[in-house]
Design a binder for this molecule. Structure first.
Ligand code: BGC
Length: 741
């Protein structure tokens, strides 16, 4: 007995010395019968090894979800492992392949319904894109990834990168703006860092899901060239940076075929041209066929098994779907599991790092807030001049607004506005975080008298404003998945409230909590405008820091604010046909009204600022615009055509340290059939007062190429490209030339 203990003592104490820990020893023991557990091998090789061991049933199990918690339409006998999330895919337990436990996570881990877990809400995605800061995007993704993991999830359904073709799109807040390079870079960095937390990353909604009206059947019509140079380019850039395990195909149709059975976008572009090795999952209920979808490149139906369950099995048995297709679907899911590290590091529930989440949420918001107007330096608030402030409207006494739909994050302690805002169902509820700007400002300005008026009676609000040194009106506009905005006006007579307050007090500042652009009929009458977006869990602190000048604003709009809806490519979004007329499940039996419902993207690649420039339309605030409490000057542009770089100097000409986002645009050579410039790169330059820095920005060749439909490839047209540099898309004081031979 004693000898055996001694022997085991020696074995266990010597193992580390000879380089084998207990853990790796266990691995070695497993390795002989599970060679794919060797983490030194490539994800491809590991996936292939597992695939060889799998039965047809096991492969088919990877091709579909098993219901969605708390959704009556999609509830199946759920296993506790679904964890209250958006979906669940069985793993292959006997081979050590964990299940996929999916959760929405656009700006934080989605409200988990009954599991009651806490999650950080980061600022809305379009807000965060306005930081133009890939490092912030990474920090953003890291928080979400680690919180998903802590809650026991292993697949994120974040990563929305649909371009803002129409600012009324109800999901604009979930996306990263209107430019493919900016959106792709921000979304890609977010997802790269999310996946680094051993979460299968996802980029969605592929593709052309640029409005919500009729999203389940609308036919988005655009030329291949237009798509390649706009929406698809954003996806390509994001996918290139993030290398995500998954891509979610969208609800809509693209040039006739549903996005989840579209062989051009799924197979030709995504899998072949871009070499995407992960799996394509359908948006929820977005699968409408078996053979067609499988052949087109859909790998996994979500959240049920209507087409990729028994029907797929029958189709295989009957030879209508080849085994090679089933293998490809399964191989891709396995690859994503190995790629993300999920197999080697299955999720372990733990306590969310609340403090870290709040810190990141605050810093990202501080970089994302955009100062749109600041006449007579009304901001930052100077307590030596401003002794009294009237805070008006927007529930600023209790909280700040968040975006709705499947992106919704639960506020700690529940909705700050009780009874909850409008709407009968949870999906339609306006959710306010308990982040009061009023309290945050009072904490920063202890010697200033700060009064609050709810703004429900504009006359009463005006009289409170009249007696104060400064009036700040909080205005909000709610957005959600499943709807588009009827227009870009602030709802609920907020424009009239602002007019009244501005008439009563010449020192009026408007703080906007919006998910997209709004029109501002009162713009000339107010001194200041601050776009705070949906500001997240620490938005009040970040906003107060900007208002008092503890933080110098640096954000720049990731999307244009037009003057009016009449300037948009489509002044009106066509209403969708009545629900009864568009009922269908399979794509082969689309009712006539669903089949004919279409949106013609005639503006082609002219999305956002490109459209306004090509159409010679003035904007309210241009893409890339944002003020600072300091000023900057640009000089000395030189272009190196050999290295495709622009070099110039940025100087801080004001009295405060600040960070300037310097933007570089390129125009194609004369003769090219386009009359707009393309964002080609940018730099973030942090400068002390009076300091200057020479900046080099690489001109990204991907955004100055044109797509040739005939050869299905890209051309870098030889000739002289005009390169312009400046603080926003409508203000580019420097110009030079790039020669492409
Ligand atoms: C949304 C997706 C979401 C999914 C699961 C769908 O309605 O379009 O973005 O990930 O639901 O909740």
């Amino acid at each position: 007995m004693q000898n055996r203990s001694l022997a085991s003592f020696l074995v266990f104490s010597l193992l580390p010395v000879i380089g084998i820990t207990f853990g790796t020893n266990a691995l070695t023991a497993q390795s002989s019968d599970r060679p794919w557990m060797n983490s030194q091998l490539s994800p491809e090789a590991r996936a292939e090894m597992v695939l060889q061991q799998m039965t047809l049933e096991e492969k088919l199990a990877l091709a579909h979800g098993n219901g969605m918690a708390h959704n009556p339409a999609w509830t199946m006998p759920l296993t506790p492992l679904t964890n209250g999330g958006a979906g669940y895919v069985e793993g292959v337990q006997r081979l050590g392949i964990p299940p996929l436990i999916l959760s929405d996570a656009a700006y934080g881990v989605r409200s988990s319904g009954e599991n009651g877990r806490y999650s950080t809400a980061l600022p809305s995605n379009v807000g965060a894109a306005s930081s133009w800061d890939p490092e912030s995007a990474c920090a953003y993704g890291t928080v979400i990834g680690s919180e998903l993991r802590a809650q026991g999830f292993d697949v994120t359904l974040g990563g929305g990168v649909n371009l803002t073709r129409d600012p009324r799109n109800g999901r604009t807040f979930e996306y990263a703006g209107e430019d493919p390079l900016l959106a792709g870079t921000m979304d890609g960095n977010m997802m790269k860092c999310e996946q680094a937390q051993h979460i299968v990353g996802d980029i969605k909604h592929y593709a052309m899901n640029d409005q919500e009206t009729g999203r389940g059947f609308i036919n988005a019509i655009a030329s291949r060239r237009a798509m390649q140079e706009s929406d698809l380019l954003a996806f390509h850039i994001a996918i290139g940076i993030a290398n995500p395990g998954a891509v979610m195909c969208a609800y809509n149709r693209i040039n006739g075929d549903f996005a989840c059975e579209n062989s051009y976008t799924l197979t030709d572009v995504l899998k072949k041209d871009w070499g995407f090795k992960g799996f394509v999952m359908s948006d929820w209920g977005g699968t409408h066929s078996t053979e067609k979808a499988s052949a087109a490149g859909l790998d996994q139906e979500q959240p049920m098994a209507d087409f990729f369950g028994a029907k797929l099995k029958d189709a295989v048995a009957a030879g209508r779907v080849p085994m090679s297709e089933i293998d490809d679907h399964a191989r891709r899911v396995l690859y994503a599991e190995f790629l993300s590290g999920l197999v080697d590091n299955p999720p372990q529930t733990s306590v969310v790092d609340v403090v870290k989440g709040l810190e990141v949420a605050q810093h990202v918001e501080e970089k994302s807030i955009v100062l749109l107007k600041n006449d007579h330096a009304v901001l930052p608030i100077d307590p030596s001049r401003v002794h009294s402030i009237a805070i008006i409207g927007g529930h600023a006494d209790v909280g700040m607004l968040s975006g709705g739909g499947s992106a919704q994050v639960d506020p700690p302690g529940g909705n700050a506005i009780l009874p909850p805002g409008k709407g009968a169902t949870a999906w339609q509820m306006h959710v306010w975080f308990p982040t009061s700007p009023l309290k945050a400002l009072r904490a920063k300005l202890p010697d200033t008298k700060i009064d609050f008026n709810a703004g429900t009676d504009p006359d009463a609000a005006a009289s409170v404003a009249k007696g104060a040194d400064l009036a700040i009106v909080f205005a909000s506009q709610w957005e959600s998945e499943g709807m588009d905005l009827p227009n870009l006006s602030l709802p609920d007579q907020q424009d009239a409230l602002i007019e009244k307050v501005a008439a009563a007090n010449p020192h009026t500042v408007v703080v906007l909590e919006t998910g997209t652009a709004v029109t501002m009929p009162w713009l000339d009458k107010v001194e200041g405008v601050v776009e705070a977006w949906y500001a997240g869990s620490a938005g009040h602190t970040a906003l107060a820091n900007v208002l008092v000048g503890a933080v110098n604003p640096e954000g720049k709009l990731a999307m244009t604010f037009p003057k009016s809806e009449s300037d948009l490519p489509r002044p009106v979004i066509a209403p969708e046909p009545p629900a009864a007329a568009v009922q269908f499940t399979d794509s082969a039996h689309l009712p006539a009204q669903a089949a004919s419902f279409a949106v013609q993207y005639d503006e082609g690649p002219e999305v956002g600022y490109k459209w306004y420039e090509a159409q010679h339309k003035q904007t309210l605030f241009a893409f890339g615009f944002g003020l600072s409490y300091t000023t900057y000057a640009y000089s000395g542009l030189s272009i190196d055509s050999a290295t495709k770089t622009a070099r110039f100097t940025v100087k801080n000409t004001g009295k405060r340290a600040g960070t300037e986002i310097a933007e570089v645009y390129a125009r194609l050579p004369k003769g090219a059939d386009e009359s707009y410039k393309r964002l080609a790169g940018w730099a973030r330059v942090t400068l002390a007062p009076g300091a200057s820095e020479s900046v080099t920005v690489a001109i990204d060749p991907r955004v100055i190429e044109t797509f040739d439909e005939g050869k299905n490839g890209w051309n870098l047209t030889p000739g002289e490209y005009e390169v312009v540099v400046g603080p926003s898309s409508d203000n580019t004081p420097l110009a030079g030339h790039l020669q492409i031979r």
